[in-house]
Write a protein that binds this ligand. Structure first.
Ligand SMILES: [Zn+2]
Length: 82
């Protein structure tokens, strides 16, 4: 790495410690559930999962796992809702 890239890398490491700088607006993931794979997405503040539990409750182990992983990087209303 040249000096310029080294400085960017140092800055990147600092940014990576400041998770609240990053807010996810939308994303889609393939979640390897214990029984089946699931398509989980997040768009405009709303979760979507194709598992049966989510359809009935609007929240499931897959979306909650992502909430834990992405803490500080999702809008507050999402992480605090029940
Ligand atoms: Zn689910």
């Amino acid at each position: 790495m040249d000096n310029g890239m080294m400085r960017k890398f140092e800055k990147a490491k600092m940014y990576a410690e400041e998770r609240d700088r990053i807010q996810f607006d939308s994303f889609q993931v393939s979640f390897a559930g214990r029984n089946n794979p699931h398509d989980v997405s997040f768009e405009n503040g709303k979760w979507q999962c194709d598992c049966d539990y989510f359809i009935g409750r609007g929240r499931c182990s897959h979306t909650m796992a992502l909430e834990i992983i992405l803490h500080d990087m999702l809008p507050e209303t999402i992480t605090e809702s029940t």
